[in-house]
Design a protein around this ligand. Sequence first.
Ligand code: MD3
Ligand code: FE
Length: 224
Amino acid sequence: MFRPMMPYMWATMQSLFDPDGGMEALGPGAALLHGHALADGEALLQAIDAVVADAPFRHMVTPGGFEMSVAMTNCGAGGWITDRKGYRYTREDPDTGRAWPAMPPLFLALARTAADAAGFPGFVPDACLINRYEPGTRLSPHQDKDEADFGHPIVSVSLGLPATFQFGGPKRADPMKKVALHHGYVVVWGGPSRLAHHGVLTLKSGEHPLAGHRRFNLTLRKAL
Ligand code: MD3
Ligand code: FE
């Protein structure tokens, strides 16, 4: 009898057969590295817990006054925030008045190796936004334009429950493609894909062995 595999089992098997994870082009300058973060899954989740002990997750408010369904926090020299005044990077956490927690060395190393593999050598991020999704939450399509220099790529790391990610082109009306982002997947967005519109569809319920009913996403950026 055919028994469908859970997505994380498939990702685990892929990594066993192909420890480098295999690379798939999603668009010009955009590379999906299957399982690049798989071996570090538990350590990454522990590092997130340590950041959150110092800078708790919170639901930020958009300039238009809407509370975001995705909970966020940051680590690194800079952190991305939104409030009624707008979107921007700050050096202090507005909720605690302290500097954002330091970037864990594991985050730096992972961003560097992923960017190297995708053809953006020597990437050194100074900001990491940590997004937490629970079933029913989503991130509507947007562009990431708050960083000082779009010449640097963005490295994203997916952990926990899978999500359907959608991405288009530089214009809002450009057609969107969908791609499933599983635990351990890393995507590097550089070159012409850096200003692509993108979003995350409503998270479906489920249970991940390491992350429970949650999805986490790290976006590592050179923002300042
Ligand atoms: C394509 N995060 O934090 S990661 C964000 O899964 C964000 O939480 C999503 O969009 C998430 O801004 C998507 C993939 C991603 C991140 C940044 C990009 C794709 C991107 C920047 C430019 C183009
Ligand atoms: Fe984004």
